[in-house]
Structure formats: C-alpha cells, structure tokens
Design a binder for this molecule. Structure first.
Ligand code: J2J
Length: 542
C-alpha cells in the first residue's frame, strides 16, 4: 500500500462494490477491453497522429515495458507535465499499467509548483515536453534533478532527449507487467487549494472509473461520440467529466487540441465531426463572439459543456441559438463530486442552474456556519461525500481536520442553493480562493510568496470582478518602502518561479487593512473596496 495514503474504510469499499458502483477494473484493463471491443476504431487524434484502440493498447504496453526497463515501478510517483498530445495519453496509461502514479501537473506550472510536487510526492521521475512550448523545460528539469534528491529520472517527450531519456526511445518489446489492483491509487490530481500550498488528491482506479462511467452515461456518450479536448487534459474536468477518459470508456474518439482559441478549435470541430467539447465561461464568451465571423461547419456539435466557474445566465441563453446545440453546465471539483444539467432538462434549468449530482449515492448537505443543515432552498455551504469523493487529501492530516467533517463530508467551500429536485445553483464561496477563468488561485499561497519580499509588511489577495475572466486577482499591499513598485513585486514572483496565472492582476497600496470584529483581515471589505474603485473608474470612462 502506498506510503502515507489512507485507504477507503473497508466498510465503504464493500458497500460501493455491493451497490455495483465499483467494478474492480483498472485503467489498464479498461483500455485492453476497449481494444478488444472497438479495436479498429480511432481512439486518439492529435496534431500529428491518429491511432486506433488496438494501436494505442500496443503502444501503451511497449512504453510501460520501456519505463520498466529504466527502473520505474509500482507506486513510483511520476510528475507528468505534458501538453494535449497523444504522448500524454500513452504516458499516463503506461504508468497505470505499471502501477506507477502520475502526478498531473499543468503546462503553466513553473519551478515553484514543480519543485513542490516533486518534493511532496517524493517523485522518482519527471516527464517534460520537448521544445516549442514557450519555456525551457529542460533547464527546469536539470534544476529539479539537482535539487530534489528523489528525482533521478527525467524523460523528454521528444525525438531528442538531450541529456535525458527521449520518450521515443522507450517503446520496447513487450515484457510482463505487474498485476495492478483497482483499489490501488491510480494517480494524483491537484486541488485548486485555498490555504498554503496545493493539496494532493489521490484517486483509486475504482472510484475514478465510476465517475467516468456515470459521466459518460449522463452525457449519453457511445462509440460514435467525438470529444474535443481544448482545456489542458491533465485537469480533472477535461480528463473525466466525461473528458478524455470518459470518452475512452465509451469507445469514442478523442481529439486533442493544443489550443482553445476559435481558430484552433473550430476547424477541428469541422474536420473531426466533434460531438461534444468542454470549455470554461470566459472561453464561451470568446467562442460565442467568434461564431458569426468564422465560417466553419459546427453542425456536428451536440453538446457544449461549460463549467469550472460560474456561467452567467445571459451567456448561457446564447449558446443554443448560436451553436445550435445543447448547453450543459458542469459544476465539479478534483476532490470528486460532479454535477451536470441533463441533456433533456428544460431551458430554464439549463440556463439558471449548475446541474444535479451524477450519482444517486452522492450524499449532499447544505449547512450554515455551525454545520447545521439550512432549510430547503436556503443558501449554505455545500458538503458532500459519496462513491467518488475523496475522504481526505494525501499526507495532510492537519488540514483534513478542517477540510472534511468528522463523518467524512468534504467541505467544498462553495455557497449554494439546492432546489427540491436536487439542482444546484452556485452563489458564492467561502474559501479563500480566486477563480480566474476556471484556474484556481489559493490566495494564501501567493500571499506567502509576497510576504517573503523584504519590503512587504503585509498583503491580502482577493478576487475582483472582470468582464472577460469572471474574476481577476487583486493584491492589497502594505509596503515598508515608498519606492516599491508593482513591477518589482511581479518580477520578484517571477524569480521565485510562480506560474503566470497566479501573478496578481493588480496591486493596491494601503497603510492599514480593514479588520473584522475578531481582528482578522476583512477580505469582504477589501473585495468591496476594489469593486467600488473599478466601478468608479468605469463610470469615469463613460
Ligand atoms: C461555479 N463554480 C464552479 C461552476 C467548478 C468538472 C467541472 C469543473 C471542475 C473544476 C472539475 C463551477 N460554477 N460550473 O473538476 O470535474 C468551482 C467551485 C468548485 C471548484 C473546483 C470537473 N465548476 N466551480 O473546476 O477542482 O468553486 O474543478 O469547488 O478546478 O471550482 O475546482 P477544480
């Protein structure tokens, strides 16, 4: 059993198996099954390749054999930082087959994040993209290999690995692979986080497979479905809701796009006859504006999923008239629970709500600040537990005390209202997080970096509204030095190696922070202050 991992309680394992939720299948087995049922159907298409299920199954075995030869084995953690390419899919399935554990990082992560993932998970290997992705990943890998003692293997997804292994050289004759159990941890997802550093989410084959099966079912996927991944496939939403893995579960075709702009996505929808794709609300605004001016045939699209942050009702109303397809709102989280509007729901439900949970075994409560259930239809924090929601973060005992209730509910940090028939509307959040175009920023993480700057006395980061991104981040800073500039702080964060999307969009200088009755920084008041300022600025412009 993986060190530090706290498995599901035996009683729940038995219960979810008896209920038929968990079918004791691993991802490795799922792919072999698909290869035997849908062998000659196309599984994956990327910018340069097209492979069938049978071919994919073979490549995965060959790569798993190569990984095995260079010393990767069961339970080794492997930080995977790859773009939306066939390599990504082959790599993760090869690791699944070996029982090695991918840690899903995003291409936008930099030194600070990668270092932490490697150290915290005690990773053995780190897999990076080759040239052409706007950043010197090889240089980063060199530093990581030097500084993080556990990391002894670097693999580059390129023909030329330079000083490291080239992924292409690791496809070898198939060797015997270990027997993996469906109750084993399959991979680590990363939480959006609200405190300190991002938390790691260990997911087993059993629980995650169930979430794919339910997602594929709710989205009515079958072997004729074509899913386009425009968001980074390593993120929980495009990976599993139903995403890349849910589409493979259904035997459909997955099209991987390296970008999400209309000029990249629309031609792919036309050429590959895409039936379903998933985007975030800011992209929905861009796509909605782009459709009339681009003349692509988007008629194959049956479902446009929008989720990750709140979609406005005004934008929601436009989707069907503009795209001629059904809108599906998706409200999910890497910790588990996923809610969907159903394809045959009324327009009103689809436009106004973020959907209903996908399993009858999702156990949802809406509570006030004292954890008392609120009256039906009232606003409160959403708590959830069920067959595909984690019971605790990996190696975070202290934090888990706060993030989960004693009886195992995950505190989502989202303020919601639930209708009598179970449909959820997301109203606000209590967690200290900024949701910037679907990318989550833990305020405390960035605050800690800024506090390390010698001229910063104190800092508080809050969300501010933005027409396009939904929210942006605003850092209120109390400086010790009158000459300190915004550019100095951003430059400092960059040298610290923080991902771009976490850079504060705006800095406001202050002498003191407003405080709450018990003396904490009043972030609600800071949010109000910046909102007033933005409104005044907008009025002045008019
Ligand atoms: C409002 N807030 C939303 C929505 C997520 C499917 C879809 C999304 C995610 C995801 C995911 C929202 N309206 N429609 O993993 O499988 C906010 C909430 C939530 C947090 C989770 C999936 N959809 N959110 O976004 O782990 O605050 O997962 O708790 O990145 O995003 O973020 P994340």
């Amino acid at each position: 059993m993986l060190k530090h991992y706290k498995p599901w309680p035996e009683k729940l394992k038995t219960r979810y198996k008896e209920l038929g939720c968990w079918e004791d299948k691993t991802f490795g087995q799922m792919l072999s099954d698909r290869a035997s049922i849908y062998g000659d159907r196309t599984a994956i298409v990327d910018h340069q390749s097209r492979v069938t299920y049978k071919e994919l199954d073979k490549y995965v075995n060959q790569l798993a054999s190569g990984f095995q030869r260079i010393g990767l084995s069961r339970e080794d953690r492997v930080v995977v930082q790859l773009p939306n390419t066939l390599d990504f899919v082959v790599v993760i399935f090869a690791l699944f087959r070996l029982g090695a554990i991918p840690v899903f990082s995003l291409l936008s992560h930099r030194d600070s994040e990668i270092r932490y993932f490697c150290e915290f998970s005690e990773a053995k290997a780190y897999i990076i993209p080759g040239d052409g992705y706007g950043y010197d990943f090889e240089q980063l890998a060199k530093t990581i290999q030097t500084d993080v003692t556990s990391v002894d293997t670097i693999i580059v997804a390129d023909e030329d690995g330079g000083d490291f292994y080239s992924l292409n050289d690791l496809y070898e004759n198939e060797t015997a692979l270990p027997d993996i159990k469906a109750d084993d941890v399959a991979f680590f997802q990363l939480s959006g986080g609200s405190t300190g550093l991002p938390k790691m989410i260990a997911r087993t084959h059993n629980e995650y497979m169930y979430s794919l099966r339910m997602s594929a079912d709710v989205c009515q996927l079958d072997e004729t479905s074509v899913y386009l991944a425009v968001l980074p496939a390593a993120h929980n939403y495009p990976l599993s809701s139903p995403g890349v893995l849910g589409t493979m579960y259904a035997g459909g075709k997955v099209v991987l796009s390296s970008g999400a702009s209309p000029d990249e996505a629309f031609p792919l929808i036309e050429q590959e006859r895409v039936t379903i794709t998933a985007i975030v609300p800011p992209l929905a605004l861009i796509w909605l504006e782009a459709v009339p001016t681009r003349h692509y045939d988007l008629s194959s699209l049956r479902v446009l999923q929008v989720g990750g942050s709140k979609l406005s009702a005004e934008a929601a109303k436009k989707v069907t008239p503009v795209f001629g397809c059904t809108l599906q709102q998706v409200y999910g989280m890497a910790e588990g629970l996923v809610n969907y509007t159903r394809l045959n729901d009324s327009d009103d439900v689809i436009i106004q709500t973020q959907g209903k949970s996908m399993s009858v075994y999702d156990d949802i409560r809406v509570v006030d600040e004292e954890d008392n259930e609120v009256a039906q239809g009232e606003i409160g924090e959403l708590l959830t537990r069920g067959p595909y929601t984690i019971r605790g973060y990996y190696k975070a005992e202290e934090h888990n005390e706060k993030a989960f209730t004693a009886d195992g509910y995950y505190r989502t940090g989202d303020l919601v209202r639930v209708s009598e028939d179970g449909y959820i509307t997301v109203i606000d959040r209590v967690k200290d997080q900024i949701n910037r175009a679907g990318e989550k920023i833990a305020a405390e993480e960035v605050e800690n970096y800024l506090l390390a700057h010698p001229a910063v006395r104190d800092v508080a980061i809050v969300a501010m509204p933005d027409k396009w991104l939904g929210e942006k981040s605003c850092a209120f800073v109390i400086s010790r030095d009158q000459d300190l500039k915004e550019t100095d702080l951003i430059a400092f964060l960059r040298t610290e190696g923080l991902a771009d999307y976490k850079m504060p969009d705006r800095i406001e200088w202050m002498a003191n922070f407003p405080k709450t009755a018990i003396g904490k920084v009043n972030k609600k008041e800071l949010r109000r202050l910046i909102e007033v300022k933005l409104n005044e600025h907008n009025m002045a412009k008019k």
